[in-house]
Design a protein around this ligand. Structure first.
Ligand SMILES: Nc1ncnc2c1ncn2[C@@H]1O[C@H](COP(=O)(O)OP(=O)(O)O)[C@@H](O)[C@H]1O
Ligand SMILES: [Mg+2]
Length: 194
């Protein structure tokens, strides 16, 4: 099972989402969990060096060839972090994905980047957006949710903006963040083919 976390835009929450989804998957204790870092910036790998996740392995695979290989070579759940700028790596990862998670932010300007990402996903591959660092109760968030709903784009999660999540590897993963990402993971895994 390969879950690819991607958005052509940077700074939306891809790496944070990757690490939380991997931790959530590992806490199920059912299958081996691998993070595949396909971003040359290696933010997931750096996070992992600073704060390894229990029962999670990490492999760096910052090229089309290495990411495709890594995704084909494990028997558990892999969560794949992708670079913002390198469309070829993103396309290679999406081509091998069993589910695609698209982190985004609330606000109209984010829409076109999500649409550009959606256009890369094969029609049979399940996908959902995750609204990251969401300010609960704001009009921006309400409008974003309404807009994706109207476009029939599934919303797999709304992750609240929290200092503990923004802390990244400087502190342990936040319980609230883990709970929110568990729900995202359940939605991604539900689409798993038999
Ligand atoms: N739920 C959240 N609450 C607060 N800050 C968040 C949240 N999710 C992500 N962030 C912050 O947003 C910034 C971008 O997130 P990151 O995961 O690095 O995005 P990307 O990998 O897409 O560049 C980081 O500073 C991160 O800590
Ligand atoms: Mg990143």
């Amino acid at each position: 099972m390969n879950i690819v976390v991607t958005n052509v835009k940077g700074g939306v929450g891809k790496t944070t989402t990757t690490m939380y989804l991997a931790a959530a998957a590992a806490s199920r204790g059912r299958e081996a969990v691998l993070v595949i870092d396909a971003d040359r910036q290696a933010s997931s790998a750096e996070w992992f060096d600073a704060m390894p996740l229990d029962e999670v392995e990490l492999v760096e695979a910052p090229s089309e060839r290495t990411v495709t290989r890594a995704m084909g070579r494990h028997g558990g759940i892999a969560v794949v972090d992708t670079p913002p700028g390198d469309e070829r790596i993103v396309r290679a990862a999406i081509a091998a994905a069993d589910a695609v998670v698209i982190p985004t932010r609330a606000g109209g300007v984010e829409t076109s980047r999500v649409v550009a990402t959606l256009e890369m996903i094969p029609s049979a591959t399940p996908f959902g957006v995750v609204v990251c660092a969401a300010r609960l109760g704001t009009n921006d968030l309400t409008e974003t949710i309404q807009m994706w709903t109207a476009e029939k784009v599934p919303i797999w999660g709304v992750i609240p903006e929290r200092v503990a999540i923004a802390a990244g590897p400087e502190s342990r993963l936040s319980r609230e963040g883990l709970e929110a990402y568990h729900a995202v993971l359940r939605r991604a895994l539900r689409r798993r083919s038999a």
